[in-house]
Design a binder for this molecule. Structure first.
Ligand code: ADP
Ligand code: MG
Length: 346
């Protein structure tokens, strides 16, 4: 079999959009998916279905391309290392390893001069949890270090429910202070060895820890905007990023910025760039992978992206009539599952 230009680990909606952008740029794609049905299936040139840890399938996958990327950070370290041994992986396994573990991520971010996250405590046992909860004023967020997304693996802890967490596997969690932030924003950076571009801050509205709406541009002061971009570029540079990195941030009441988390892949808050930028986050990711100059996105105007979650999908036909709608072609509607999104000019 001929080789493909790009191997993508994961075939969800982010993988699907990478494949669609690749097709337009004449790059062929092969997807490795753990699920039988997946959004990218009809858009990639070829796919393999199997567990990332299945050595035979992984070997086949690695042999079929020279350049690889991910659409989720939740990929076993060993798999990333194996790919990187003989092939190119963008972003690098080092970056993915940091961003797939909250504790590593927080330690890294706080080690950078002038960059801060919410205060947090690593946990060892129940007494630790109890003490840390008191430290944070008797309400805090318990977050799993790994495999969290869309608020999964997170619990609000208070004195009233503390006992529920007695049997936790403590070392896999951190306790984080609950922030009274003003806004949530994100900045997406695309970078090669030689140049760099970024998507300016967008404002993100979450409900039950899931992104509902992204607005471009974020309604924040210029000073805060410039600061957010400076921080995003600093983090990307310290990581020697080649590829794409989304940086989620909290803007506090005094306009200071705390970093929430990093995502070394295209980001839900960058979907607007497909319709409202000359160059989307997916195109720029491909430019960075194939060592072409990454472009200034050149946004064409203010806009909004709205996620279609769970049963909202049942109104798909209505939505399609009014807005530019993107279907993720998921088999089954699940309550908090992202099923699609739409964008509109504002
Ligand atoms: P995920 O990996 O699920 O996206 P996040 O840590 O980004 O996890 O949390 C999801 C959302 O929960 C955030 O976007 C934010 O709305 C809310 N959240 C997370 N951490 C805090 C915090 N320390 N204080 C207040 N809200 C938070
Ligand atoms: Mg998040």
């Amino acid at each position: 079999m001929n080789k493909f230009d790009l191997g993508i680990l994961g075939g969800g909606q982010l993988g699907m959009f990478i494949c669609q952008a690749a097709k337009k740029l004449n790059f062929s794609t092969i997807v490795l998916s753990q699920a039988n049905d997946f959004s990218a299936k009809q858009f990639c040139n070829h796919y393999l279905i199997g567990n990332y840890n299945d050595k035979n399938i992984l070997n086949d996958f690695i042999n079929l391309a020279d350049n690889f990327t991910i659409e989720t950070e939740n990929i076993p370290k060993e798999v990333l290392k194996k790919i990187e041994k003989n092939k190119n992986l963008f972003p690098s396994s080092k970056i993915v390893e940091i961003s797939q573990n909250r504790l590593k991520e927080k330690k890294f971010l706080n080690s950078l001069k002038g960059i801060r996250t919410a205060r947090y405590k690593p946990l060892i046992n129940f007494i630790d949890l109890k003490k840390s909860l008191e430290f944070f004023g008797n309400t805090a967020i318990l977050k799993s270090c790994e495999f969290g997304y869309d608020g999964k693996g997170q619990h609000t802890v208070q004195q009233s429910n503390l006992e529920n967490f007695k049997k936790l596997n403590f070392k896999n969690y951190i306790l984080e202070e609950t922030l009274d932030f003003n806004k949530e924003i994100s900045v997406i950076v695309c970078r090669t060895k030689n140049n760099c571009s970024y998507y300016p801050p967008v404002e993100n509205l979450h409900k039950n820890s899931i992104l509902r709406e992204t607005t471009f541009p974020a309604k924040i002061e210029k000073k805060t905007r410039d600061n957010a971009i400076k921080i995003a570029l600093e983090i990307s540079s310290k990581l020697n990023l080649i590829g794409i990195l989304a940086i989620e941030m909290f803007i506090m009441k005094d306009d200071s910025i705390l970093i929430n988390e990093l995502a070394p892949r295209p980001h839900n808050s960058g979907h607007w760039s497909i319709d409202f930028c000359k160059y989307s986050q997916y195109q720029n990711l491909l430019f960075s992978i194939f060592n072409k100059k990454v472009k200034d996105p050149e946004p064409i105007g203010s806009c909004k992206m709205v996620n279609i979650i769970g049963n909202d999908y049942k109104n798909k036909e209505k939505i399609e009539k009014i807005f530019k709608f993107y279907d993720y072609y998921k088999e089954e509607i699940k309550p908090l599952r992202k099923m699609g999104h739409y964008t509109k000019i504002t």
